[in-house]
Write a protein that binds this ligand. Structure first.
Ligand code: TXA
Ligand code: MG
Length: 374
């Protein structure tokens, strides 16, 4: 993949132990140790990494993403044992969860250890930590030998990247290199679990499901149903760490968003199809160009309408829908359409994370299926 603006693209799609991949990993690890910025694949989305123990390197992440310092970063480690190097007073439940779900898409919020500068945690006393499952991410972390702070490798509030090309679309020339490991397998971010809340609480639904977590932690609270976090915090976007992290960091209601207006109808089955059809017809009658995120079944049912369709796969495979969602949003966004349409899925399993991302991509609100959009 060519890049004209100074970001090196290193292909790591071959066998992990091949000389070419090993050389790419060694180069990227050296960039990290030297305080540079490396985008790398994880099983969820691509991350934008920097040495988490190097405050200046971490500041570079915020600059590249144009992310406010008030939004803390997740620290990635090579294995569970490294948790003690980033955290202190680690609750017993953290070890139980780590044993069951790491490596994997679960981020644990625990008390911050002294090795992690407050730039990583938005000035807060807690830190989010996870062991990613992607073999490239794990090899990179082992070679770098430091914990790696990494948010998703997109411009702040934009759709998360699930390929190296997505990373370059947002950050080419702003970061040192990207490891191209092909498309991400999960496709939505990790579940963020606050272990310091009593009882523990999901702050962001993600790749590890609520059901799977409750099997181990029956009292676990689901994500808050109130979507009341002020987007006003964005006003202090470039501020230095103030010692006052966001009440619910990163949970901006507008997030993961395409540039094109997106309406998401909170309905499934026939009700969803009826709502999408009437919204599409209304917009088309005004001369608008309309795109839709559709399952194979939806696309067949709406095939008579002149829609630009981003296919998400069969509705029976929610993991497939999650894997496809961000690439589909980006693909539709590139077509200069006037309106994008989608609908929710059942909240079961990965559906909870998928619906969360759809809602935020739509600016924090769902449309009711029984109301025509005006
Ligand atoms: O799957 C993922 O989690 C990806 C890959 C790269 O690992 N990373 C990711 O990072 O999604 P980011 O920065 O885009 O989202 C991290 C989320 C944000 O909502 C942030 O506010 C929250 O985790 N978070 C991080 N540290 C936190 C803390 N100490 N307390 C509460 N929330 C925290
Ligand atoms: Mg993100």
């Amino acid at each position: 993949m060519p890049s004209g603006h100074g970001t090196r693209v290193l292909d790591v799609r071959g066998a992990l132990d091949s000389p070419a991949v090993q050389a790419a990993l060694a180069e990227a690890a050296a960039v990290l140790r030297a305080g540079g910025l490396v985008a790398f694949p994880t099983e969820t989305v691509y991350g934008l990494g920097a040495d988490a123990t190097n405050a200046a390197a971490v500041a570079g992440i915020f600059a590249a993403k144009q992310r406010p310092f008030s939004d803390p970063l997740i620290v990635h480690i090579a294995n569970s044992e490294a948790l003690s190097t980033c955290a202190q007073q680690i609750p017993e439940t953290a070890w139980l969860l780590a044993e069951r779900f790491w490596p994997g898409p679960l981020t644990l919020i625990v008390p911050r250890g002294d090795a992690i500068p407050t730039q990583v945690t938005a000035g807060g006393a807690t830190v989010g930590v996870r062991v990613p499952a992607h073999p490239v991410a794990r090899a990179l972390l082992r070679l770098a030998g430091v914990p790696v702070a990494a948010p998703s490798a997109n411009r702040f509030m934009h759709t998360s990247p699930t390929t190296a090309a997505h990373v370059l679309d947002d950050l080419d020339g702003r970061i040192d290199c990207v490891l191209d490991g092909g498309p991400c397998a999960v496709g939505v971010e990790s579940t963020v679990l606050d272990l310091l809340a009593q009882p523990p609480r999901i702050l962001r639904p993600g790749g590890v499901t609520l059901e799977a977590l409750r099997a181990l932690l029956p009292t676990l609270q689901g994500p808050s149903a109130e979507h009341d976090v002020a987007t006003a915090v964005l006003a202090d976007g470039g501020a230095e760490p103030t010692g006052a992290p966001l009440a619910a960091p990163g949970q901006f209601e507008r997030h993961y968003a395409p540039h094109t207006r997106l309406l998401v109808y909170d309905a499934q089955g026939t009700a969803a199809l009826t709502a999408l059809r009437s919204a599409a017809q209304e917009a088309l009658s005004r001369g608008a160009r309309v795109g839709a995120l559709l399952t194979t079944e939806d696309a067949a049912a709406l095939a008579d309408l002149p829609l630009s369709v981003a296919p998400l796969g069969t509705s029976a495979d929610v993991a497939g829908l999650a894997r496809a969602i961000y690439a589909a949003l980006r693909a539709l966004d590139e077509q200069s359409l006037d309106l994008l349409l989608a609908h929710t899925v059942s909240d079961a399993g990965l559906g909870l994370a998928l619906n969360d991302r759809l809602r935020r991509a739509a600016g924090g609100v769902f449309q009711r299926a029984d109301e025509a959009e005006g």
